[in-house]
Design a protein around this ligand. Structure first.
Ligand SMILES: [Zn+2]
Length: 329
């Protein structure tokens, strides 16, 4: 089942940012936490959903203000950060499997450098590279021992082709205005038998289809394009890569997605609980009672959310997915 269309007619606009097709349906606009609306379309060829037009620089600067990364030394309070750390430890172990001792590793959109720090602790001979836009997250990443940080974008990163044994993009692909061109560059950057790890929201998932514009992972205007996993698979296979694994289980993202999406469907204050969990006290500071109500509702919704998540797992329809690809010899 596809997301509902605002109009069955196709409309002119920018080409699909994954496959380049010029034909796309109009989707209902996505809204942010402040109620601003962002028009969306979906490519009729590959199914990628994307904002069209792209948000302005001013809109993106506002969306990536300090509150996006958390106002404290970390993005979330300590208990949630411990869960994120545990998830990153699991990912680091998974990534290091089969890598050469002196592997050259790149994390695109490395945030505060958490994953690279963990990789460096477990593989001290590895060469660690990260890309992050200038800002508070990059400042934190710069403190990771041994990390070679490029403060900028993938497009202007000065790496030669066939340079990396492992490239990861953990919830980054959806933030890129041109994911197709980015995947093409990443394919060229991989050494023979190199691995590319992608995790990103799944627009074709049960959760996305249940909640439409209330879906937590829609996250406009930060998420510029949401290619379905099958479209990503076809794009990379056409460029010579092989799919090694596709995982639908991601508890720290997918279970919370059910809860926050349900809250978004019930109340106009989108992501109110999520913003408070991030410690963003400037977001609707007068809504104390609503925050308590949202927290109570989230507790009540936890059992059905667990059932929904198990159903999604059985249906192999995770709200976010993790895909690993291998370049040819
Ligand atoms: Zn497309």
């Amino acid at each position: 089942m596809a997301p509902p269309l605002a109009s069955s007619a196709t409309a002119p606009g920018r080409p699909c940012p994954l496959c380049g097709s010029g034909v796309a349906d109009v989707l209902p606009a996505a809204s942010d936490e402040k109620g601003h609306c962002f028009p969306r379309r979906r490519c009729t060829r590959c199914g990628t959903g994307f904002l069209d037009p792209l948000p302005t620089a001013a809109q993106l600067n506002a969306a990536y203000a300090v509150s996006y990364y958390g106002e404290g030394a970390t993005k979330f309070p300590a208990p949630i950060e411990r869960l994120r750390e545990a998830a990153a430890v699991g990912r680091a172990r998974h990534l290091l499997r089969g890598l050469p001792t002196r592997a050259r590793i790149l994390d695109v959109g490395c945030g505060d450098g958490r994953l690279l720090r963990l990789l460096g602790q477990r593989a001290p001979a590895a060469e660690l590279h990260g890309i992050e836009l200038p800002g508070p997250a990059a400042d934190r990443a710069a403190a990771v021992p041994g990390l070679r940080l490029h403060r900028g974008t993938l497009e202007n990163a000065p790496y030669p082709d066939r340079h990396f044994d492992l490239i990861s993009l953990v919830h980054v692909l959806e933030h890129l205005p041109e994911p197709g061109a980015a995947l093409d560059r990443l394919t060229r950057l991989l050494r023979p038998r190199g691995r590319l790890l992608l995790s990103f929201p799944n627009l074709a998932s049960l959760q996305a289809r249940c909640f439409g514009t209330a879906w937590f992972h829609l996250d406009a205007p930060r998420h510029l394009a949401l290619p379905p996993p099958e479209a990503v698979r076809q794009h990379l296979i056409a460029r010579g890569l092989a799919l090694e694994s596709l995982h639908h289980a991601c508890w720290e993202q997918n279970l919370y997605g059910w809860l926050q999406s349900a809250l978004n469907a019930l109340d106009r204050d989108r992501n109110l609980l999520y913003e408070r969990l991030k410690g963003n006290r400037s977001h609707l500071p007068e809504r104390h009672a609503a925050v308590a109500l949202h927290a109570a509702l989230a507790a009540l919704l936890l059992p059905p959310a667990l059932v929904a998540e198990l159903t999604a797992l059985l249906a192999r329809s995770g709200a976010t997915v993790e895909m690993a690809f291998r370049s040819p010899s």
